[in-house]
Design a protein around this ligand. Structure first.
Ligand code: 2X7
Ligand code: FE2
Length: 301
């Protein structure tokens, strides 16, 4: 078996509004559209997935919260209806997905080796969270590539940010080791919003884009500062700033997916491609790609 590798990483945020705006058959509520800049950004990211031809999509979601350890979806076929607890009016999604259980088990084993508490989720009736589903739907609506789903232990919220993100760094390195041993071509997806300040009232209808804009200017400026660093490939500098960004913009990257993804990619000082930026109920969201094949750091399919 040839050595597996991570072929790309995407910042792939999960506001369920994006699925709502697209009106796929799996989602019950209907909309007149909305959030096009972000949905068109995902269309460009989908083209890259077509070209990369990965064997597996790996996603870390802040909305599957497991306070005791890092959990991995561990049932091959999962299906059912996933409802967003905050926005049940816009996200009631019939999901049907295939899990790469072998790779998930290898990630859990590698994580345990480096001292993390890890666990396989074996409940066949498990309802997959809206974060995992939205990111996966937006990046690959065909659902024809097996997935690895990873929970958020959320250690940065009850340890210090630095300690918690240190755990996510270990989880990313463990993920990389598991992918390499698996022989798979893997794409890693950080399911994270940037600035997370949001409005507390929803417009009527929710897709009224005349009401959509950044919740505050300081948060918007933080998002632009971080995106500029990522577009310039200044990854180390961006990680040095990450705790301050999290603190001042209440950024959702605190939950660890972004750190996990970069650790899994071995922190390449590589310019990311911004597919698009937009706000959702005032929060900042960017769809960005770090393509390791184009950079000569991974093999083409
Ligand atoms: O989970 C989310 C989010 N991160 C941002 C915006 C809107 C809804 O849900
Ligand atoms: Fe979120």
């Amino acid at each position: 078996m040839s050595k597996g590798e991570i072929v790309a990483g995407f910042l792939a945020p999960h506001p369920p509004h994006l699925v709502f705006g697209e009106n796929p058959p799996q989602n019950e509520p209907r909309s007149q559209g909305g959030w096009e800049q972000l949905r068109w950004a995902y269309e460009r990211a989908r083209q890259s997935i077509d070209e990369l031809k990965p064997d597996v999509l790996m996603v870390h979601s802040p909305h599957w919260i497991t306070q005791q350890g890092h959990h991995f979806l561990g049932v091959k076929d999962l299906g059912g209806k996933s409802v967003d607890p905050i926005f049940p009016n816009i996200f009631r999604y019939q999901f049907d997905l295939e899990v790469d259980v072998e790779l998930a088990e290898a990630c859990a084993a590698e994580g345990a080796k480096v001292g993390l508490t890890t666990k396989m989720m074996r409940n066949p009736n498990f309802r997959v969270d809206y974060g995992t589903i939205t990111t996966l739907h937006m990046i690959r609506p065909q659902w024809d590539i097996p997935v690895v789903g990873i929970s958020a232990n959320n250690s940065p919220y009850y340890l210090s940010t630095e300690e918690g993100l240190g755990e996510m760094d270990l989880l990313g390195k463990a993920t990389r080791a598991a992918v390499e041993a698996s022989g798979r071509r893997a794409v890693v997806l950080a399911s994270n919003t940037l600035c997370h300040y949001h409005f507390s009232r929803e417009p009527e209808p929710p897709e009224d884009m005349s009401q959509e804009h950044p919740q505050n200017m300081a948060g918007y400026l933080w998002d632009m500062r971080m995106i500029e660093l990522w577009r310039a490939g200044k990854i180390k500098e961006s990680f040095d700033l990450l705790p301050q960004f999290i603190e001042e913009a209440f950024a959702e990257v605190k939950s660890g997916a972004f750190t996990w993804m970069f650790a899994a990619m071995n922190y390449p000082e590589l310019a990311g491609e911004l597919h698009g930026y937009g706000t959702v109920i005032g929060t900042g969201n960017a769809v960005m790609e770090w393509n390791l094949v184009k950079a000569g750091l991974a093999q083409a399919a």
